[in-house]
Design a protein around this ligand. Structure first.
Ligand code: UDP
Length: 310
């Protein structure tokens, strides 16, 4: 198959490119490089089945030749990035999703939206099931990302219903692994960087808030299964193994052998208190569940940070 990946130079996008290439498919990768990095795909330079196009997906996308799939993964994804780039975040979720859907319609390609657990906001239902509509502050600082993803889902369903585009929606929960930027602000790369540098780990609030962290290789396998399934409804993809931020900090100190202290900093506005995916739908419909434990995944990620000198 010939597949277009938007956000191809990002963390998830680049791992997706690798995975689809390893299955023998051809990839056209798009990225405007505002948060993505060429470094994530430089190993693909000269690959006979990979082509990179520097392009902003909020502008009209022209691709010659057939496409079987459009995987829409372009977006700032870290809270500090989308607080820094609020308009671009809204534009890529809205106009970028519209352009990518238009391309899928034109080519008769299957479309996958990278949606997010952020559509649930600070959830009142725990663990989060796909039938939950969420609890989002539209005008808060995180609203730019949450509402962009919610609009993206609405647009995807409208194209499915009105134009019969074959669509998939992945609600992706916190994912980590090699290639994350040391300074992207998300908790796993931040704690690893701080632990390796012997700096204090910055725990926001009291650290009792929870997240459930999925290793990137598991996530990409789930995305592939979703793409090749016939599931149009949104599907949660994530690892249900839930941790407090404090537990995560201690695990990273243990694995790095770091003597770093913990310092508490102010909790960001609207930071969700709890988050854990209910993955029953993914298990039933995709036969998927994550297999990599947090310890194992963190070990691989720490090794990558050490090797890259991040
Ligand atoms: N967090 C933290 N210290 C940091 C970065 C993040 O304690 O240096 C917390 C943050 O407040 C949140 C959790 O870790 O409760 C996960 O944050 P992240 O930015 O990774 O992703 P989110 O799930 O909030 O989108």
């Amino acid at each position: 198959m010939r597949i277009l990946v938007t956000g191809a130079a990002g963390f998830l996008g680049s791992h997706l490119c690798d995975f689809f290439l390893s299955k023998g498919h051809e990839i056209v990768g798009l990225d405007n490089l505002i948060t993505g990095s060429i470094r994530n795909i430089e190993h693909l330079a000269g690959h006979e089945r990979f082509k990179f196009v520097k392009h902003d997906v909020t502008e009209y996308i022209f691709i010659s030749g057939p496409l079987d799939g459009v995987l829409h993964f372009a977006s700032p994804a870290s809270p500090i990035d989308y607080l820094d780039l609020p308009i671009q975040t809204l534009k890529v979720g809205a106009m970028g999703t519209h352009k990518a859907l238009g391309l899928a319609k034109e080519k008769g390609a299957r479309f996958v939206l990278a949606s997010s657990s952020e559509v649930y906001g600070d959830p009142a239902v725990h663990p989060q099931v796909e039938s939950y509509w969420g609890h989002v502050n539209p005008i808060g600082p995180r609203g730019v990302y949450d509402e962009a993803k919610r609009f993206g889902e609405a647009m995807t369903f409208a194209y499915h219903r009105f134009h019969a585009v074959d669509t998939r929606i992945a609600r992706i929960f916190n994912t980590y692994g090699p290639r994350m930027r040391a300074r992207d602000g998300r908790v796993v790369p931040t704690f690893i960087r701080q632990a390796l540098a012997g700096e204090p780990l910055t725990v926001f609030g009291d650290g009792a808030q929870t997240r459930s962290f999925c290793y990137v290789a598991d996530l990409v396998e789930g995305l592939y299964r979703l793409f090749t399934s016939d599931t149009v409804e949104p599907v949660n993809l994530g690892n249900p193994s839930e941790r407090t931020v404090l537990e995560l900090a201690r695990e990273i100190l243990d694995l790095t052998g770091s003597g770093s202290a913990l310092v508490h900093e102010q909790l960001p506005e609207d930071d969700p208190r709890i988050r854990q995916p209910d993955i029953s739908r993914a298990k039933d419909l995709l036969g998927w569940e994550p297999g990599v434990s947090l310890r194992e995944g963190l070990e691989k990620t720490i090794k990558d940070f050490r090797t890259r000198g991040e």
